[in-house]
Each structure stands twice: as structure tokens, then as C-alpha cells.
Design a protein around this ligand. Structure first.
Ligand SMILES: *[C@@H]1O[C@H](CO)[C@@H](O)[C@H](O)[C@H]1NC(C)=O
Ligand SMILES: *[C@@H]1O[C@H](CO)[C@@H](O)[C@H](O)[C@H]1NC(C)=O
Ligand SMILES: *[C@@H]1O[C@H](CO)[C@@H](O)[C@H](O)[C@H]1NC(C)=O
Length: 238
């Protein structure tokens, strides 16, 4: 998950990428350590059925938030074996969480669910039976193909309910490759340095900000969003 760029000329980029790709790990280790501490007084390894019944994702979020501040100290004191175990368990947990996150996005039938670029995401809105998705890359990444004047991809009646894309085959709408420069896309098609797609998705305000920017851009291109399906507003991270 923590990606290393072998090219020695890319020192600055490597630093940036290490920063962003390690955020996920940091988050994961937060969770594990928080859970570890929460259960410190418990001698049983697993929760019993009634404990499982009353446990909620809100509890998990709260523990995480609570211990997130002491993350660095906890890691520094951590032993090899529990850290290895936690990394595995957190990865498994994340593998369960990510598909659920995707399902929270309402899909326009019969358009297939679009695939968000890894290291980026899609900002999607549905207007008059057409779904518009704007591909975005995280800081440290750039689009594989030039798309400065191609702000979004669309699926609807006019496209025969299949996705437009610069890529052949599959449902991927764009690709974000590691790059020191962000030049292939429009200025607004990049998440800022301090907020990846996943970070954006975790906060209502940043989500709204990106959705509003996209709606304004669609308006500038003559697409009236007054009749949009607000429930289908969504950000999908790759
Ligand atoms: C997660 O937990 C923190 C700490 O209790 C709380 O401030 C925050 O609102 C929670 N976030 C969500 C989305 O529930
Ligand atoms: C759907 O597309 C077809 C062909 O492009 C067109 O004839 C028809 O009017 C469109 N229907 C709607 C509801 O836009
Ligand atoms: C990111 O930085 C900008 C500009 O410095 C600031 O306005 C914004 O609040 C920051 N966002 C986050 C999520 O830290």
C-alpha cells in the first residue's frame, strides 16, 4: 500500500506519494490500535453474540476518533507480532467496508455502475435520466489521457445507456497514474493536497463542495441541473 517509486529523479514525487498512499495505512492502524485499547480489559479474544448485537459502527468510529490523536506514540511502542496481525485484520476489514461504501451510491438503471480510478474518484450526479460522472485524481497523480476539455463522462439515453470513456472495454472511466505534474485534466479535476478522495468522502462539507463545483461546471456547459435527482449525488473513490 505504501508505494515506492524506483525512479531516483522523482524524489519530490516520492515524498508526496508516500504521504498519500500511507494515509490509508495510518487510518487502518488507528482502527486496530483503538480497538486494541478499547478491549484492553477484556480477557476473551472475541465478542460474544450479545456483545456483537449491541456493537455498532458508530462505536467503532468513536473509538477511532478518540485514539487517532495518540496514533504515533502507539505505533512507536508497538511490537512486531501484534502490528503484523493488525495490518492483516484491518486490511480484511477494509476489504469488507469498501464495497459497502460503493453501494451507498444510487445508480441510474440501466447504466452499469461506473468504476472509479484508483488513486482518485468520481463525482456523480443524475439529471433527466442521464448520469454524469467527473473523474478526479488525488494529489501526486495525473490522468493517463489528456482530458482538459473533457470534464465528465456520461451514461444515459443519448449514449445507449453505456458509459462514454477514453478507455476501451471495461467500466473504468479514467486512469490516474503517478505523476509529479497534474496537467492532463481541468484544474478542478484534482483533489487538493490535503484531502484525498477518501478524505473528501468522509466529510459532508467537502463532498458538497465538490458536488457544487461539478454542478456549476455542468451549468456552464448548458446542462440545467434544476431537475436533478438529489439522492443520486455521489462521490465514488477508487
Ligand atoms: C465519529 O465519531 C466522532 C467522535 O465521537 C464524532 O465527532 C463524529 O461526528 C463521528 N462521525 C460520524 C460520521 O458519525
Ligand atoms: C432517447 O433517445 C432516442 C434516440 O436518440 C430519442 O429518439 C428519444 O427521444 C430519447 N428519449 C428521451 C426520453 O430522451
Ligand atoms: C486544506 O487546505 C485549504 C487551504 O489551505 C484549507 O482551506 C482547507 O480547510 C484544508 N482542508 C482540510 C480538509 O484540511
Amino acid at each position: 500500500m505504501c508505494i515506492f517509486v524506483p525512479d531516483s529523479t522523482a524524489q519530490a514525487l516520492r515524498k508526496k506519494m508516500l504521504f498519500s498512499s500511507c494515509l490509508l495505512w495510518k487510518t487502518l492502524i488507528f482502527i486496530s490500535l483503538a480497538v486494541l485499547l478499547t478491549d484492553f480489559t477484556e480477557t476473551r479474544a472475541f465478542a460474544n453474540p450479545s456483545e456483537c448485537k449491541s456493537a455498532t459502527i458508530d462505536d467503532m468510529n468513536e473509538s477511532l476518533e478518540k485514539y487517532s490523536k495518540c496514533f504515533n506514540e502507539m505505533i512507536a511502542k508497538g511490537e512486531k507480532a501484534p502490528i503484523n496481525s493488525l495490518v492483516w485484520r484491518l486490511q480484511e476489514t477494509l476489504d469488507l467496508l469498501r464495497p459497502v461504501q460503493e453501494k451507498f451510491c444510487k445508480q441510474l438503471p440501466p447504466c452499469p455502475r461506473p468504476l472509479a480510478p484508483r488513486n482518485g474518484g468520481l463525482v456523480c450526479v443524475t439529471i433527466d435520466n442521464a448520469q454524469y460522472c467527473k473523474p478526479m485524481c488525488n494529489k501526486g497523480y495525473d490522468f493517463q489521457f489528456l482530458r482538459r476539455s473533457r470534464l465528465y463522462e456520461v451514461c444515459g439515453n443519448a449514449t445507449g445507456f453505456s458509459w462514454t470513456s477514453q478507455l476501451f472495454g471495461g467500466k473504468a472511466l479514467a486512469v490516474c497514474n503517478p505523476s509529479e505534474m497534474a496537467v492532463s485534466g481541468a484544474k478542478s479535476a484534482y483533489f487538493p493536497a490535503n484531502s484525498t478522495c477518501l478524505h473528501t468522502l468522509a466529510f459532508t462539507e467537502t463532498q458538497t463542495e465538490h458536488l457544487n463545483t461539478f454542478l456549476k461546471e455542468l451549468g456552464d456547459q448548458g446542462i440545467d441541473s434544476s431537475s436533478r435527482d438529489k439522492e443520486a449525488d455521489c462521490i465514488i473513490c477508487g
